[in-house]
Design a protein around this ligand. Structure first.
Ligand code: SAH
Ligand code: SF4
Ligand code: F3S
Length: 487
């Protein structure tokens, strides 16, 4: 599969399609006597979130405004950005697509499009073609930069347009208008795709081969973000540590370049693969104050036999060695992970080894998954698939373990006063605020009235403050604001 960079011609085509669509939507809006809206529904990981910021940016450039925000809000352009990993991903998509059938009937000008990782699985595309003829446009994550052209063509032809790329494109962020969702946090993909082919995983098929963005382009984007007042950057990639830039530039170079900007209070990254994380990167985490003291390192299993069957090229003792290195060098750092239970062939003994590894690594938090066979992956064809009741049982036992260590990790913060980057009003909706420590611990806190602080989100989002932590919960800690840093 060829890896192709976008060209000047792509850019000119892009601009002319955006212009044409802007005119089209302007006349449609005049006809309807109201502003036109869009709704991008995002499932999946931060890479999909980042893609959605670009999709939204392109739709805004066409003159559309975001709909009022509900998940299944009516809008004039509805775009599903799907994921193939999330549990019940297909039920989400196909269930929700049905909801829009009546809307489309009522108003044939409504545009319904589906993109994202699920569209790289041919069965899903076939299902849309067969059962959802009112979907206007289907495209995949490699085609993001073609949205305006595809949208224009689908409007012109009034037929369902399905466009799944055979090539792995790399479109630099500068190609896109981007509507960043959070005003303080910028998602910055540094590479796309994955070459690892873990036997359970669909991502290499959905996202294509690894492509690293241009180092200079990334630095220019960081410069721009710093000048615009972003406080947090999140460097993204399926395996950020295998970044390969021109002139031998590595992930460590990017991390250093990002942390050189004093404007950023937090430099974060996701995800690291145990085979790629280097002592150099761990040292940067240890020594640079604005680099997060948090490493997300997927373990997947504690059994060497299962790791091998998963095509994860490390042993559990090597994994635990990296965990030790991180713990000893990055003081107070937090280590989080992904674990799958019920991989084909997993015995009770393999599972016990996973529990023992969790005991040793004492993860500060863990995302736990029940193995789910994904059509097209190697493991889906393995013979010894584990019955659902055993998977559920092991899952329950594992989460009991991981929750215990997560709560212990939170308990260690109790009584301390910690620096928190404020993210906003907490979801509980009771005027408690939420934010994160540099170790990625989630903190909910209140602001004593006598401090006379304006609690408006515009005043607080993205600001650093000191919070006294007084209580630990399983997934977060509670505290009280002590002081707010600078303006
Ligand atoms: N590239 C990242 C992982 C991205 S996918 C990494 O390797 O660290 C996020 C997580 O989803 C994986 O780490 C894995 O634990 C889980 N996952 C992926 N495919 C799965 C499947 N078929 N069944 C269950 N969990 C899966
Ligand atoms: Fe999937 Fe493995 Fe690639 Fe992560 S490293 S995206 S788990 S194939
Ligand atoms: Fe899902 Fe695709 Fe991300 S499968 S987890 S949205 S890369």
């Amino acid at each position: 599969m060829a890896i192709i960079k976008t060209t000047d011609k792509d850019w000119l085509d892009f601009q002319s399609a955006v212009k044409e669509l802007k005119e089209y939507f302007l006349s449609l809006s005049a006809r309807k006597g109201r502003a036109l809206t869009y709704n991008v529904l995002t499932y999946g990981c931060q890479l999909n979130e980042s893609d959605s910021e670009k999709l939204s940016g392109m739709l805004s450039a066409m003159g559309l405004i975001p709909s009022s925000g509900g998940e299944l809000d009516d809008a004039d352009v509805i775009l599903f950005n799907t994921c193939s990993i999330r549990e019940n991903a297909d039920r989400h998509l196909f269930g929700n697509l049905g909801v829009f059938k009546t809307l489309k009937k009522k108003d044939p000008d409504v545009i319904i499009a589906v993109c994202g990782c699920m569209m790289k699985v041919p069965e899903n595309v076939a299902k849309i073609k067969k059962s959802y003829p009112y979907v206007d446009l289907v495209f995949d994550p490699q085609q993001l930069h073609r949205l305006p052209l595809l949208l224009r063509d689908s409007i012109r032809s009034k037929k369902q347009l399905v466009n799944i790329a055979a090539d792995d494109y790399i479109a630099e962020d500068s190609f896109f208008p981007i509507d960043r969702k959070r005003k303080f946090r910028a998602l910055v993909p540094i590479m796309y795709g994955c070459n690892n082919f873990c036997t359970y995983c669909i991502v290499p098929y959905a996202r294509g081969r690894e492509r690293s963005r241009d180092f200079g382009e990334i630095v220019r984007e960081l410069e721009d973000l710093a000048s615009k007042g972003y406080k947090e950057v999140m460097l993204l990639g399926q395996n950020v540590n295998s970044y390969k830039g021109e002139d031998g530039k590595t992930f460590a170079d990017i991390l250093r370049a990002a942390s050189d900007f004093e404007e950023f209070s937090r430099v974060r990254f996701m995800s690291s693969h145990p085979k790629d994380i280097s002592d150099e990167v761990i040292d940067i985490m240890a020594t640079r104050p604005n680099v997060e003291k948090h490493l997300h390192l997927a373990m997947q299993s504690g059994s060497d036999r299962i790791l091998k069957a998963m095509n994860r090229p490390y042993t559990i003792s090597r994994f635990l060695e990296i965990a030790d290195t991180f713990r000893s060098r990055v003081e107070g750092g937090s280590l989080t992970t992904d674990i799958i239970v019920g991989f084909p062939g997993e015995t009770e003994e393999d599972f016990q080894q996973t529990l023992r590894a969790v005991e040793k690594a004492k993860f500060d938090a863990a995302f736990t998954f029940q193995y789910s066979a994904r059509p097209g992956t190697k493991a889906a064809a393995f013979e010894d698939q584990i019955p659902a009741d055993i998977v559920t049982d092991r899952f329950g036992r594992l989460t009991e373990y991981t929750n215990r260590y997560a709560e212990e990790s939170n308990s260690r913060l109790a009584g301390k006063t910690m620096e928190v980057l404020i993210e906003g009003i907490s979801k509980a909706g009771d005027m408690t605020f939420s934010g994160r420590t540099i170790t990625n611990h989630l903190v909910n806190f209140t602001i004593p009235e006598e401090l006379g602080i304006d609690p408006g989100p515009d005043n607080l989002e993205g600001r650093l403050c000191e919070v006294r932590i007084d209580r630990a919960r399983p997934y977060s800690v509670d505290g009280v604001l002590v002081s707010l840093r600078g303006a």
